[in-house]
Design a protein around this ligand. Sequence first.
Ligand code: FCB
Length: 454
Amino acid sequence: MPDTIHFPENFLWGAATSSYQIEGARQADGKGESIWDRFSHTPGKIQDGRNGDIACDHYNRMPQDVALMQSLGLQAYRFSISWPRILPNGRGAVNAAGLDFYDRLVDSLLTANITPFITLYHWDLPQALQDEGGWPSRSTAEAFVTYADVVSQRLGDRVKNWITHNEPWVAAFVGYWQGRHAPGIQDFAQAIRASHHLLLSHGWAVPVIRQNSPEAQVGITLNLNAVYPASSSAADQQAMRHEDGYLNRWFLDPLYGRRYPADMVHSFSQQGHLPDDMAFVQPGDLQAIAAPMDFLGINNYFRTIARDKTAVNNQPPTLEPYDNYTEMGWEVAPEGIRDLLLRVEYDYRPGKIYITENGASYSDGPNGDGRIADTRRQTYLRTYLAKIHEAMQIGVPLAGYFVWSLFDNFEWGFGYKQRFGIIWVDYETQERILKDSALWYRSVIAQNGFTPKE
Ligand code: FCB
Protein backbone atom coordinates (compact mmCIF):
# COMPACT_ATOMS: atom_id res chain seq x y z
CA MET A 1 0.00 0.00 0.00
CA PRO A 2 1.43 3.41 -0.97
CA ASP A 3 2.26 5.89 1.81
CA THR A 4 0.02 8.60 0.49
CA ILE A 5 -2.66 8.62 -2.12
CA HIS A 6 -2.51 11.63 -4.41
CA PHE A 7 -5.24 12.73 -6.73
CA PRO A 8 -4.63 14.50 -10.03
CA GLU A 9 -3.96 18.24 -9.97
CA ASN A 10 -7.38 19.37 -11.22
CA PHE A 11 -9.45 16.82 -9.31
CA LEU A 12 -12.51 18.54 -7.84
CA TRP A 13 -13.44 18.04 -4.19
CA GLY A 14 -17.01 18.84 -3.31
CA ALA A 15 -20.03 18.18 -1.16
CA ALA A 16 -23.67 17.66 -2.11
CA THR A 17 -27.12 18.53 -0.76
CA SER A 18 -30.63 18.83 -2.16
CA SER A 19 -33.30 21.49 -1.88
CA TYR A 20 -36.05 19.67 0.00
CA GLN A 21 -33.57 18.06 2.38
CA ILE A 22 -32.02 21.29 3.66
CA GLU A 23 -33.86 24.45 2.66
CA GLY A 24 -37.00 24.50 4.80
CA ALA A 25 -38.94 27.72 4.11
CA ARG A 26 -41.81 25.69 2.80
CA GLN A 27 -43.99 28.63 1.83
CA ALA A 28 -41.54 31.49 1.81
CA ASP A 29 -41.57 34.13 -0.90
CA GLY A 30 -44.23 32.57 -3.07
CA LYS A 31 -42.97 28.98 -3.17
CA GLY A 32 -45.54 26.45 -4.37
CA GLU A 33 -46.27 23.05 -2.90
CA SER A 34 -44.10 20.09 -3.90
CA ILE A 35 -44.96 16.39 -3.81
CA TRP A 36 -42.61 16.11 -0.82
CA ASP A 37 -44.50 18.82 1.09
CA ARG A 38 -47.68 16.85 0.46
CA PHE A 39 -46.18 13.42 1.16
CA SER A 40 -44.34 14.38 4.34
CA HIS A 41 -47.51 15.97 5.71
CA THR A 42 -49.43 12.76 5.10
CA PRO A 43 -49.61 10.80 8.36
CA GLY A 44 -47.62 7.58 8.41
CA LYS A 45 -45.34 8.33 5.49
CA ILE A 46 -42.22 9.53 7.34
CA GLN A 47 -40.68 7.27 10.00
CA ASP A 48 -40.29 9.95 12.67
CA GLY A 49 -43.45 11.77 11.63
CA ARG A 50 -41.51 14.88 10.67
CA ASN A 51 -41.21 16.90 7.48
CA GLY A 52 -38.99 19.36 5.61
CA ASP A 53 -40.85 22.54 6.63
CA ILE A 54 -37.74 23.83 8.39
CA ALA A 55 -35.06 21.15 7.80
CA CYS A 56 -31.66 22.90 8.09
CA ASP A 57 -33.26 26.30 7.51
CA HIS A 58 -30.69 26.75 4.79
CA TYR A 59 -32.96 29.16 2.91
CA ASN A 60 -32.46 31.64 5.74
CA ARG A 61 -28.91 30.70 6.65
CA MET A 62 -27.38 30.48 3.22
CA PRO A 63 -24.59 33.06 3.73
CA GLN A 64 -23.33 31.39 6.92
CA ASP A 65 -23.58 27.98 5.24
CA VAL A 66 -21.45 29.11 2.32
CA ALA A 67 -18.93 30.49 4.82
CA LEU A 68 -18.80 27.01 6.40
CA MET A 69 -18.15 25.44 3.00
CA GLN A 70 -15.36 27.90 2.47
CA SER A 71 -13.86 27.05 5.85
CA LEU A 72 -13.62 23.43 4.69
CA GLY A 73 -11.87 24.46 1.51
CA LEU A 74 -14.63 22.98 -0.65
CA GLN A 75 -13.88 23.45 -4.33
CA ALA A 76 -17.34 22.56 -5.60
CA TYR A 77 -20.86 22.43 -4.21
CA ARG A 78 -23.66 20.36 -5.71
CA PHE A 79 -27.12 21.60 -4.78
CA SER A 80 -30.54 21.27 -6.31
CA ILE A 81 -33.16 23.80 -7.26
CA SER A 82 -36.66 23.58 -5.88
CA TRP A 83 -38.87 23.61 -8.99
CA PRO A 84 -41.94 24.91 -7.11
CA ARG A 85 -39.90 27.86 -5.80
CA ILE A 86 -39.35 28.89 -9.41
CA LEU A 87 -42.67 27.83 -10.95
CA PRO A 88 -45.16 27.43 -8.10
CA ASN A 89 -47.65 25.71 -10.40
CA GLY A 90 -45.05 23.72 -12.27
CA ARG A 91 -45.40 25.83 -15.39
CA GLY A 92 -46.67 29.30 -16.18
CA ALA A 93 -45.91 32.22 -13.91
CA VAL A 94 -42.29 32.51 -12.76
CA ASN A 95 -41.71 33.41 -9.12
CA ALA A 96 -38.90 35.95 -9.26
CA ALA A 97 -38.12 35.70 -5.54
CA GLY A 98 -37.36 31.98 -5.92
CA LEU A 99 -34.89 32.63 -8.70
CA ASP A 100 -33.34 35.44 -6.66
CA PHE A 101 -32.48 33.04 -3.86
CA TYR A 102 -30.45 30.79 -6.16
CA ASP A 103 -28.93 33.81 -7.83
CA ARG A 104 -27.61 34.96 -4.46
CA LEU A 105 -26.41 31.44 -3.64
CA VAL A 106 -24.50 31.20 -6.91
CA ASP A 107 -22.88 34.58 -6.39
CA SER A 108 -21.90 33.72 -2.82
CA LEU A 109 -20.34 30.47 -4.01
CA LEU A 110 -18.39 32.15 -6.76
CA THR A 111 -17.15 34.82 -4.36
CA ALA A 112 -15.98 32.00 -2.08
CA ASN A 113 -14.24 30.36 -5.03
CA ILE A 114 -16.57 27.35 -4.96
CA THR A 115 -17.76 25.95 -8.29
CA PRO A 116 -21.53 25.49 -8.36
CA PHE A 117 -22.98 22.24 -9.74
CA ILE A 118 -26.73 22.56 -10.19
CA THR A 119 -29.09 19.60 -10.10
CA LEU A 120 -32.38 20.66 -11.66
CA TYR A 121 -34.50 17.85 -10.29
CA HIS A 122 -33.90 16.18 -6.95
CA TRP A 123 -37.43 14.84 -6.47
CA ASP A 124 -39.48 17.86 -5.34
CA LEU A 125 -41.93 17.96 -8.23
CA PRO A 126 -44.55 20.73 -8.07
CA GLN A 127 -47.70 19.15 -6.65
CA ALA A 128 -49.71 20.86 -9.39
CA LEU A 129 -47.94 18.68 -11.97
CA GLN A 130 -48.52 15.52 -9.95
CA ASP A 131 -52.21 16.46 -9.88
CA GLU A 132 -52.11 16.27 -13.69
CA GLY A 133 -50.46 12.85 -13.61
CA GLY A 134 -46.85 13.53 -12.61
CA TRP A 135 -43.94 11.75 -14.30
CA PRO A 136 -46.08 8.98 -15.81
CA SER A 137 -47.53 11.75 -17.94
CA ARG A 138 -45.63 13.12 -20.94
CA SER A 139 -46.72 16.67 -20.19
CA THR A 140 -44.51 16.66 -17.07
CA ALA A 141 -41.48 16.07 -19.30
CA GLU A 142 -42.56 19.05 -21.39
CA ALA A 143 -42.96 21.20 -18.28
CA PHE A 144 -39.47 20.19 -17.13
CA VAL A 145 -37.95 21.64 -20.29
CA THR A 146 -39.58 25.02 -19.66
CA TYR A 147 -38.34 24.92 -16.08
CA ALA A 148 -34.79 24.02 -17.22
CA ASP A 149 -34.99 26.89 -19.70
CA VAL A 150 -36.04 29.44 -17.07
CA VAL A 151 -33.33 28.41 -14.62
CA SER A 152 -30.51 28.14 -17.14
CA GLN A 153 -31.42 31.49 -18.67
CA ARG A 154 -31.04 33.12 -15.29
CA LEU A 155 -28.00 31.27 -13.96
CA GLY A 156 -26.32 29.94 -17.10
CA ASP A 157 -23.97 32.87 -17.39
CA ARG A 158 -22.26 31.89 -14.12
CA VAL A 159 -23.08 28.21 -13.64
CA LYS A 160 -21.22 25.92 -16.01
CA ASN A 161 -22.02 22.49 -14.58
CA TRP A 162 -25.55 21.20 -14.93
CA ILE A 163 -27.13 17.94 -13.83
CA THR A 164 -30.63 17.43 -15.17
CA HIS A 165 -31.85 14.69 -12.84
CA ASN A 166 -30.85 13.03 -9.63
CA GLU A 167 -31.39 9.27 -9.57
CA PRO A 168 -34.28 8.78 -11.98
CA TRP A 169 -34.44 5.13 -10.82
CA VAL A 170 -35.44 6.29 -7.35
CA ALA A 171 -37.79 8.99 -8.64
CA ALA A 172 -39.57 6.43 -10.83
CA PHE A 173 -39.44 3.14 -8.94
CA VAL A 174 -39.40 4.27 -5.31
CA GLY A 175 -41.94 7.03 -6.00
CA TYR A 176 -44.37 5.16 -8.29
CA TRP A 177 -43.79 1.47 -7.61
CA GLN A 178 -42.51 0.91 -4.07
CA GLY A 179 -44.42 4.00 -2.93
CA ARG A 180 -41.92 4.74 -0.15
CA HIS A 181 -41.25 8.16 -1.65
CA ALA A 182 -43.52 10.90 -2.92
CA PRO A 183 -45.98 10.69 -4.56
CA GLY A 184 -46.39 7.29 -2.86
CA ILE A 185 -47.95 5.38 -5.75
CA GLN A 186 -47.58 1.60 -6.14
CA ASP A 187 -48.08 0.83 -9.80
CA PHE A 188 -45.30 -0.66 -11.92
CA ALA A 189 -46.80 0.47 -15.21
CA GLN A 190 -46.77 4.07 -13.94
CA ALA A 191 -43.20 3.66 -12.71
CA ILE A 192 -42.00 2.52 -16.14
CA ARG A 193 -43.73 5.41 -17.84
CA ALA A 194 -42.20 7.73 -15.24
CA SER A 195 -38.71 6.38 -15.96
CA HIS A 196 -39.18 7.09 -19.66
CA HIS A 197 -40.47 10.62 -19.16
CA LEU A 198 -37.67 11.42 -16.73
CA LEU A 199 -35.12 10.30 -19.31
CA LEU A 200 -36.96 12.06 -22.11
CA SER A 201 -37.10 15.33 -20.18
CA HIS A 202 -33.36 15.00 -19.61
CA GLY A 203 -32.67 14.54 -23.31
CA TRP A 204 -34.90 17.44 -24.28
CA ALA A 205 -33.33 19.73 -21.69
CA VAL A 206 -29.69 19.09 -22.66
CA PRO A 207 -29.70 21.30 -25.81
CA VAL A 208 -31.77 23.98 -24.05
CA ILE A 209 -29.23 24.27 -21.25
CA ARG A 210 -26.38 24.35 -23.74
CA GLN A 211 -28.06 27.17 -25.60
CA ASN A 212 -28.55 29.26 -22.46
CA SER A 213 -25.19 28.51 -20.93
CA PRO A 214 -22.30 28.69 -23.35
CA GLU A 215 -19.53 26.19 -22.56
CA ALA A 216 -21.77 24.44 -20.07
CA GLN A 217 -20.97 20.87 -19.09
CA VAL A 218 -24.22 18.93 -18.93
CA GLY A 219 -24.88 15.49 -17.51
CA ILE A 220 -27.23 13.37 -15.43
CA THR A 221 -26.77 11.64 -12.08
CA LEU A 222 -27.68 7.96 -11.77
CA ASN A 223 -27.67 5.74 -8.70
CA LEU A 224 -25.68 2.72 -9.81
CA ASN A 225 -24.35 -0.35 -8.03
CA ALA A 226 -21.86 -3.03 -8.86
CA VAL A 227 -23.91 -6.24 -8.97
CA TYR A 228 -22.29 -9.59 -8.18
CA PRO A 229 -23.82 -13.07 -8.33
CA ALA A 230 -23.99 -14.79 -4.94
CA SER A 231 -22.63 -17.96 -6.56
CA SER A 232 -21.60 -19.06 -10.02
CA SER A 233 -24.85 -20.97 -10.56
CA ALA A 234 -26.82 -20.16 -13.70
CA ALA A 235 -29.72 -19.03 -11.54
CA ASP A 236 -27.62 -16.49 -9.62
CA GLN A 237 -25.96 -15.25 -12.78
CA GLN A 238 -29.39 -14.68 -14.24
CA ALA A 239 -30.43 -12.88 -11.03
CA MET A 240 -27.38 -10.66 -11.41
CA ARG A 241 -28.26 -9.87 -15.00
CA HIS A 242 -31.79 -8.96 -13.95
CA GLU A 243 -30.73 -6.73 -11.03
CA ASP A 244 -28.18 -5.03 -13.22
CA GLY A 245 -30.80 -4.53 -15.92
CA TYR A 246 -33.34 -3.04 -13.57
CA LEU A 247 -31.03 -0.70 -11.68
CA ASN A 248 -28.23 0.13 -14.10
CA ARG A 249 -28.88 -0.78 -17.73
CA TRP A 250 -32.46 0.49 -17.82
CA PHE A 251 -30.99 3.99 -17.59
CA LEU A 252 -27.46 3.66 -18.97
CA ASP A 253 -28.45 1.88 -22.18
CA PRO A 254 -30.90 4.47 -23.52
CA LEU A 255 -28.68 7.36 -22.37
CA TYR A 256 -25.79 5.90 -24.36
CA GLY A 257 -27.82 5.25 -27.49
CA ARG A 258 -28.60 1.55 -27.02
CA ARG A 259 -32.36 1.79 -26.50
CA TYR A 260 -34.05 0.05 -23.59
CA PRO A 261 -32.44 -3.34 -22.83
CA ALA A 262 -34.44 -6.00 -24.69
CA ASP A 263 -34.07 -8.61 -21.95
CA MET A 264 -35.68 -6.22 -19.45
CA VAL A 265 -38.51 -5.20 -21.76
CA HIS A 266 -39.19 -8.91 -22.23
CA SER A 267 -39.02 -9.67 -18.54
CA PHE A 268 -41.23 -6.71 -17.52
CA SER A 269 -43.84 -7.63 -20.08
CA GLN A 270 -43.78 -11.31 -19.07
CA GLN A 271 -44.51 -10.19 -15.52
CA GLY A 272 -47.52 -8.31 -16.91
CA HIS A 273 -45.89 -5.00 -16.06
CA LEU A 274 -46.11 -3.43 -19.51
CA PRO A 275 -49.82 -3.35 -20.29
CA ASP A 276 -49.45 -0.89 -23.16
CA ASP A 277 -46.30 -2.53 -24.52
CA MET A 278 -44.28 0.68 -24.12
CA ALA A 279 -46.46 2.50 -26.62
CA PHE A 280 -45.58 5.67 -24.70
CA VAL A 281 -42.16 5.59 -26.37
CA GLN A 282 -42.80 7.82 -29.38
CA PRO A 283 -40.74 8.17 -32.54
CA GLY A 284 -37.69 10.31 -31.86
CA ASP A 285 -37.73 9.75 -28.09
CA LEU A 286 -34.75 7.40 -28.05
CA GLN A 287 -32.67 9.78 -30.16
CA ALA A 288 -33.59 12.63 -27.80
CA ILE A 289 -32.64 10.62 -24.70
CA ALA A 290 -29.26 9.79 -26.22
CA ALA A 291 -28.26 13.46 -26.54
CA PRO A 292 -24.48 13.54 -26.04
CA MET A 293 -23.47 14.44 -22.48
CA ASP A 294 -20.29 15.95 -21.12
CA PHE A 295 -20.16 13.77 -18.03
CA LEU A 296 -21.95 11.08 -16.11
CA GLY A 297 -22.72 11.64 -12.42
CA ILE A 298 -22.70 8.49 -10.30
CA ASN A 299 -24.17 8.15 -6.82
CA ASN A 300 -22.98 5.03 -5.05
CA TYR A 301 -23.21 3.85 -1.47
CA PHE A 302 -23.23 0.03 -1.47
CA ARG A 303 -23.10 -3.03 -3.70
CA THR A 304 -25.70 -5.59 -4.69
CA ILE A 305 -25.24 -9.33 -4.27
CA ALA A 306 -27.80 -11.07 -6.47
CA ARG A 307 -29.30 -14.36 -5.36
CA ASP A 308 -32.12 -16.32 -6.96
CA LYS A 309 -34.08 -17.24 -3.86
CA THR A 310 -36.58 -19.33 -5.82
CA ALA A 311 -34.11 -21.65 -7.56
CA VAL A 312 -34.31 -25.28 -6.44
CA ASN A 313 -30.96 -26.89 -5.71
CA ASN A 314 -29.16 -23.57 -6.08
CA GLN A 315 -25.46 -23.71 -5.19
CA PRO A 316 -24.52 -22.41 -1.76
CA PRO A 317 -23.46 -18.76 -1.92
CA THR A 318 -19.77 -18.11 -2.42
CA LEU A 319 -20.14 -14.37 -1.91
CA GLU A 320 -21.83 -13.05 1.20
CA PRO A 321 -22.11 -9.53 2.57
CA TYR A 322 -19.54 -8.37 5.08
CA ASP A 323 -20.86 -8.04 8.58
CA ASN A 324 -20.52 -4.26 8.32
CA TYR A 325 -23.43 -1.95 7.73
CA THR A 326 -24.16 1.74 8.15
CA GLU A 327 -27.22 2.79 10.10
CA MET A 328 -29.23 2.77 6.87
CA GLY A 329 -28.54 -0.96 6.76
CA TRP A 330 -26.35 -0.42 3.70
CA GLU A 331 -23.40 -2.76 3.43
CA VAL A 332 -19.95 -1.20 3.62
CA ALA A 333 -18.03 -2.76 0.72
CA PRO A 334 -15.58 -0.27 -0.77
CA GLU A 335 -14.45 -2.49 -3.64
CA GLY A 336 -17.96 -2.11 -5.06
CA ILE A 337 -17.32 1.46 -6.08
CA ARG A 338 -14.09 0.50 -7.86
CA ASP A 339 -15.75 -2.34 -9.75
CA LEU A 340 -18.68 -0.13 -10.64
CA LEU A 341 -16.44 2.61 -12.03
CA LEU A 342 -14.46 0.12 -14.12
CA ARG A 343 -17.60 -1.47 -15.45
CA VAL A 344 -19.22 1.83 -16.43
CA GLU A 345 -16.03 2.98 -18.10
CA TYR A 346 -15.54 -0.24 -20.08
CA ASP A 347 -19.17 -0.65 -21.10
CA TYR A 348 -20.21 2.95 -21.79
CA ARG A 349 -17.13 5.18 -22.07
CA PRO A 350 -18.83 8.25 -20.63
CA GLY A 351 -15.74 10.38 -21.24
CA LYS A 352 -15.88 12.03 -17.84
CA ILE A 353 -17.36 10.85 -14.56
CA TYR A 354 -18.09 12.55 -11.26
CA ILE A 355 -19.01 10.74 -8.10
CA THR A 356 -21.88 13.07 -7.30
CA GLU A 357 -22.75 11.32 -4.00
CA ASN A 358 -21.07 8.90 -1.65
CA GLY A 359 -21.20 8.79 2.12
CA ALA A 360 -22.55 7.06 5.19
CA SER A 361 -25.25 7.38 7.83
CA TYR A 362 -23.98 7.19 11.38
CA SER A 363 -25.70 9.06 14.18
CA ASP A 364 -22.62 9.86 16.29
CA GLY A 365 -23.22 13.18 18.00
CA PRO A 366 -21.33 15.60 20.22
CA ASN A 367 -19.58 14.20 23.30
CA GLY A 368 -19.15 16.13 26.55
CA ASP A 369 -16.84 18.74 25.09
CA GLY A 370 -18.79 19.14 21.86
CA ARG A 371 -16.53 17.04 19.68
CA ILE A 372 -18.03 14.58 17.20
CA ALA A 373 -15.74 11.60 16.76
CA ASP A 374 -17.47 9.96 13.78
CA THR A 375 -14.62 7.57 13.11
CA ARG A 376 -16.82 5.09 11.25
CA ARG A 377 -17.76 7.74 8.67
CA GLN A 378 -14.14 8.71 8.32
CA THR A 379 -13.18 5.08 7.73
CA TYR A 380 -15.99 4.69 5.22
CA LEU A 381 -14.88 7.74 3.24
CA ARG A 382 -11.20 6.82 3.42
CA THR A 383 -11.69 3.25 2.23
CA TYR A 384 -14.13 4.22 -0.55
CA LEU A 385 -11.80 6.99 -1.74
CA ALA A 386 -8.90 4.55 -1.81
CA LYS A 387 -10.88 2.25 -4.13
CA ILE A 388 -11.97 5.20 -6.26
CA HIS A 389 -8.32 6.10 -6.60
CA GLU A 390 -7.52 2.54 -7.65
CA ALA A 391 -10.10 2.79 -10.43
CA MET A 392 -8.53 6.04 -11.58
CA GLN A 393 -5.09 4.42 -11.67
CA ILE A 394 -6.53 1.81 -14.01
CA GLY A 395 -7.84 4.56 -16.25
CA VAL A 396 -11.31 5.65 -15.17
CA PRO A 397 -11.68 9.34 -16.09
CA LEU A 398 -12.97 10.53 -12.74
CA ALA A 399 -12.96 14.32 -12.48
CA GLY A 400 -14.28 14.88 -8.97
CA TYR A 401 -15.96 13.61 -5.84
CA PHE A 402 -18.90 15.00 -3.86
CA VAL A 403 -19.44 13.70 -0.37
CA TRP A 404 -23.05 13.11 0.70
CA SER A 405 -23.74 15.13 2.58
CA LEU A 406 -22.50 18.50 3.67
CA PHE A 407 -25.11 18.57 6.45
CA ASP A 408 -27.24 16.17 8.40
CA ASN A 409 -30.61 16.70 6.80
CA PHE A 410 -34.12 15.40 6.08
CA GLU A 411 -33.47 11.88 4.87
CA TRP A 412 -36.76 11.36 3.00
CA GLY A 413 -38.90 8.55 4.39
CA PHE A 414 -36.53 8.19 7.37
CA GLY A 415 -36.98 11.77 8.54
CA TYR A 416 -34.17 13.17 10.67
CA LYS A 417 -33.05 9.88 12.25
CA GLN A 418 -30.49 9.11 9.58
CA ARG A 419 -27.53 11.46 9.66
CA PHE A 420 -25.31 11.55 6.58
CA GLY A 421 -23.65 14.90 7.25
CA ILE A 422 -20.00 15.66 7.74
CA ILE A 423 -21.47 18.66 9.57
CA TRP A 424 -23.74 18.02 12.53
CA VAL A 425 -27.01 19.93 12.65
CA ASP A 426 -28.77 20.49 15.95
CA TYR A 427 -32.37 20.73 14.75
CA GLU A 428 -33.50 22.55 17.91
CA THR A 429 -31.05 25.41 17.63
CA GLN A 430 -29.86 25.05 14.00
CA GLU A 431 -26.30 25.06 15.33
CA ARG A 432 -23.81 23.46 12.95
CA ILE A 433 -20.77 21.57 14.29
CA LEU A 434 -17.99 20.18 12.11
CA LYS A 435 -17.68 16.45 12.76
CA ASP A 436 -14.22 14.87 12.78
CA SER A 437 -14.96 13.59 9.26
CA ALA A 438 -15.34 17.20 8.09
CA LEU A 439 -11.97 18.11 9.61
CA TRP A 440 -10.46 15.08 7.93
CA TYR A 441 -12.11 15.95 4.60
CA ARG A 442 -10.71 19.47 4.90
CA SER A 443 -7.22 18.01 5.16
CA VAL A 444 -7.85 15.68 2.20
CA ILE A 445 -8.82 18.67 0.10
CA ALA A 446 -5.86 20.71 1.30
CA GLN A 447 -3.39 17.90 0.53
CA ASN A 448 -5.28 16.64 -2.52
CA GLY A 449 -4.95 13.19 -1.01
CA PHE A 450 -4.53 11.26 2.21
CA THR A 451 -2.70 8.50 3.97
CA PRO A 452 -4.56 5.22 3.53
CA LYS A 453 -4.14 4.15 7.14
CA GLU A 454 -4.46 6.88 9.73
C1 FCB B 1 -29.51 9.26 -2.40
C2 FCB B 1 -30.21 10.60 -2.59
C3 FCB B 1 -29.88 11.60 -1.52
C4 FCB B 1 -29.77 10.96 -0.16
C5 FCB B 1 -28.82 9.79 -0.20
C6 FCB B 1 -28.61 9.15 1.13
O1 FCB B 1 -30.30 8.27 -2.95
O2 FCB B 1 -29.90 11.14 -3.83
O3 FCB B 1 -30.87 12.62 -1.56
O4 FCB B 1 -31.03 10.59 0.28
O5 FCB B 1 -29.29 8.84 -1.11
